[in-house]
Design a protein around this ligand. Structure first.
Ligand code: BGC
Length: 259
């Protein structure tokens, strides 16, 4: 098949589901179905690796694999576990998954970083060339800071203190649910957090991700910020797409970002 687009495989590990699929790296679209298995509880490294292996097996994919985790990940090793099982801390996750996938090459990265890479290249940031700050609003707040396609990994802005409180304790969508806040009231908290990010990073565009970005018309108009903000486009496939991009090296390099 001479004209077949390059492909990759990504797995996105979330609090409720582990999802995977084959990605067309040229378009950022999934080829075939997204496979989802409920996240095992407790979500220990071995239980997640086993679940991820089932997804790979079901897909029939035979190449390299990218996996996201809601953690700081450096050189394949997990350093934080804010909203996942604490036993992940210190785990060499690339080796764990590689073993579970029969010895294949595996790239592991932060979930928001993966979503940011995907949205920047194929989604809401596609035609943007400046500094993009993607934020995922969910159980916590994930962040991906991207300049001309180049990611600065593990920014963890959800843990930045904003007016005496961690940003994600103030404005994650789980806070809205837990406190029963209206969209308008919740948007006030999001404004405070985004104003703090604006003051320090001066992004050219915010991309709002996470499930709540599907209802963006209910809260984005209530924000009081100076930076343009758009809802994410890839939604529940962004993590998978970004993971596949990372596994295949289909991301910007410092050289390409400068050219
Ligand atoms: C974690 C981040 C993660 C985000 C979204 C935060 O609590 O610290 O690593 O990206 O949640 O899942």
């Amino acid at each position: 098949m001479p004209n077949e687009s390059p492909r990759g495989f990504g797995i996105d590990v979330g609090g409720s589901g582990v999802k995977g699929g084959v990605v067309n790296l040229e378009t950022g679209e999934l080829i075939g179905d997204r496979i989802k298995i409920l996240t095992p509880h407790p979500a220990t490294p071995d239980a997640i690796a086993e679940t991820a292996a089932k997804i790979v097996e079901e897909s029939g994919w035979e190449g390299k694999i990218g996996v996201t985790l809601p953690s700081v990940v450096k050189d394949g090793k997990v350093y934080t576990a804010a909203n996942i099982d604490h036993s992940w801390i210190g785990v060499q996750a690339d080796e764990l998954f590689s073993k579970a996938f029969g010895g294949r090459q595996v790239a592991v990265l932060n979930d928001a970083d993966a979503a940011g890479l995907a949205e920047d290249a194929h989604g809401a940031g596609k035609d943007m060339t400046g500094v993009v700050l993607l934020l995922t609003f969910g159980t916590g707040i994930g962040s991906a800071l991207i300049n001309h396609g180049l990611l600065m990994p593990n920014t963890e802005l959800g843990h930045m203190e904003v007016h005496g409180k961690e940003a994600e304790h103030r404005a994650a969508s789980s806070v809205k649910d837990r406190k029963g806040l209206s969209y308008e009231k919740w948007a006030e908290h999001v404004t405070k957090v985004l104003n703090a990010y604006e003051a320090l990073f001066w992004p050219d565009l915010f991309i709002a991700g996470g499930g709540i970005s599907r209802k963006s018309e209910k809260w984005i108009p209530h924000l009081d910020i100076r930076t343009p903000i758009v809802p994410a486009k890839l939604l529940n496939t962004a993590g998978i797409v970004g993971a596949a991009m990372a596994a295949e090296g289909a991301t910007a390099t410092p050289e390409s970002a400068l050219s």
